[in-house]
Write a protein that binds this ligand. Structure first.
Ligand SMILES: Cc1cc2nc3c(=O)[nH]c(=O)nc-3n(C[C@H](O)[C@H](O)[C@H](O)COP(=O)(O)O)c2cc1C
Length: 172
């Protein structure tokens, strides 16, 4: 069976480097026999980002999330945590994430590749009754991403395989 994975880009910062990372993950995952959707949280939230989502956008996102078998959240680390807009987006939903695996790709300009946002986001995802995967991918030094991206392929492969394992085990 072919599973549908939604890649969720968790920042709306203009010029965010994480967008390049998310695009790369989106292209890579296609090589592993998944169907794939790409969700940018900024396309669903209206500025100022104070919560709430218009009905039409919410329904559209809900439909994609519901039919997804698993997710990969690509998110930068802002002040050791996740961007507010990612949380505002997630908080619009609940059942859409229940009992589904979620891989996380942390992104930072420093050396840790968003290690702290990955840990924090796992705790949030448990509250959604989602299954955050142990294996994450840490995109460090992201300003040099174009030169370094090849080196992430093996880490992504491990993440995709783990995602597929859980998609199979948790198939509804
Ligand atoms: C508000 C804000 C807070 C940040 N906090 C952190 C942080 O806690 N740790 C870190 O490694 N990088 C931090 N950064 C730098 C990001 O790692 C850097 O902007 C990187 O390019 C990823 O974010 P981007 O996708 O927005 O570009 C922060 C950036 C912003 C805009």
């Amino acid at each position: 069976m072919k599973y549908l994975i939604s890649i969720i880009l968790g920042t709306g910062r203009q010029g965010a480097y994480s967008e390049k990372v998310a695009e790369f993950v989106f292209e890579e995952v296609k090589n592993y026999d998944f169907d794939v959707e790409f969700i940018k949280v900024k396309d669903y939230l209206d500025k100022p980002w104070t919560g709430g989502m218009n009905e039409e956008k919410r329904n559209k996102a809900s439909e994609i999330l519901k039919k997804s078998n698993g997710f990969i959240i690509v998110t930068p680390e802002y002040n050791h945590s996740f961007p507010g807009e990612l949380k505002l987006f997630l908080d619009e939903f609940y059942e859409e994430f229940n009992h589904k695996p979620v891989g996380i790709c942390g992104v930072s300009s420093g050396k840790l590749g968003g290690a702290r946002v990955v840990e924090q986001l796992k705790l949030v995802l448990i509250e959604f009754m989602a299954i955050p995967l142990r294996n994450a991918v840490y995109f460090s030094n992201v300003k040099n991403f174009d030169q370094e991206k090849e080196s992430y392929k093996q880490f992504l492969e491990n993440l995709f395989k783990e995602l597929k394992f859980y998609c199979e085990k948790l198939r509804l």
